[in-house]
Design a protein around this ligand. Structure first.
Ligand code: NAP
Length: 247
């Protein structure tokens, strides 16, 4: 394939599963992480076992200079061909009437501002209008954008609605510049994100209530992302693909 894929938040969970799938498909991969260097390096080592180039860079997507540095690290591997905008966080359970502005701002800086800045850097490299060769951007949103997450984190759900809209609008903006932009919306997926939001039992509690009767796996989400990245999805842009077990 000979193209580089940048995956934000690729050290754990869905991002790590995307890296594994992408490496198996022949992408050279640059992944970002925020704090867990050991986890990132083990994902890199597994990707290299697939025979591709791989690297990890510490980059907080809420910090513009970090995002720019992450793309520079990806550029060092070769020409960029795709970006998976995956890094995202949830906040502790709270009703809206108890939320501080600081909590909401911190989350939006990662889930929304980080996503927009990541897309900006992606388009600057992929778009034929910027001298690029085209490529594919996949945004990891959430089914929360249509469910609303009442009583849990409506602010997070709203941030993921912004991700849906970012995908829809950006897809139209760059459709004739060789860049496809799509959104994958996971439902409840078995990763550490739930514990990070103070609900370590969330998968166990809510999984059985999903129409298919269980939570999803990171690899099931990664399969959808990998397909949208691939030429098999050549006529898909501006699509929102739910991977949510019917939820
Ligand atoms: P996760 O297991 O908590 O992993 C999050 C990843 O993002 C880690 O690699 C983490 O790096 C990185 N990260 C966190 N904050 C970051 C920041 N500010 N800058 C750069 N990287 C950062 O999460 P996940 O469940 O795989 O979620 C991935 C995406 O799927 C998120 O956008 C999430 O909203 C979405 N999603 C998840 C679910 C679910 O049920 N799991 C459902 C719907 C949507 P460190 O390890 O270094 O901190």
């Amino acid at each position: 394939m000979g193209a580089v894929l940048l995956v934000t938040g690729g050290s754990r969970g869905i991002g790590a599963a995307v890296v594994a799938r992408a490496a198996a498909a022949g992408w050279d991969v640059c992944l970002t992480y925020r704090s867990d260097a050991d986890a990132a390096e083990s994902v890199v080592a597994r990707a290299r076992e697939a025979g591709v180039q791989a690297s990890a860079v510490r980059a907080d997507v809420a910090v513009e200079a970090d995002v720019e540095a992450a793309f520079a690290a990806a550029d060092a591997l070769g020409p960029l061909g795709g970006v998976v905008v995956n890094a995202g966080v949830v906040s502790p359970k709270s009703r809206v009437d108890a939320m501080s502005a600081a909590r909401v701002a911190d989350m939006l800086a990662i889930n929304v501002v980080g996503a927009v800045v990541t897309c900006r850097e992606a388009v600057r490299r992929l778009s034929t209008a910027h001298g690029g060769r085209g490529g594919s951007i996949v945004l990891v949103g959430s089914a929360a954008s249509r469910l609303g997450s009442a009583g849990e984190y409506v602010d997070y759900a709203a941030s993921k609605a912004a991700v849906d809209t970012l995908g829809l609008g950006l897809a139209k903006e760059v459709a004739d510049e060789g860049v496809r932009v799509n959104v994958v919306r996971p439902g409840i997926v078995d990763t550490e994100i739930h514990a990070s939001g103070g609900q370590p039992d969330r998968v166990e509690r809510i999984g059985p209530l999903v129409p298919v009767g269980r939570a999803g796996t990171a690899d099931e989400v990664a399969a959808a992302v990998a397909w949208l990245l691939s030429d098999e999805a050549s006529y898909c842009t501006g699509s929102i693909l739910d991977v949510a077990g019917g939820r």
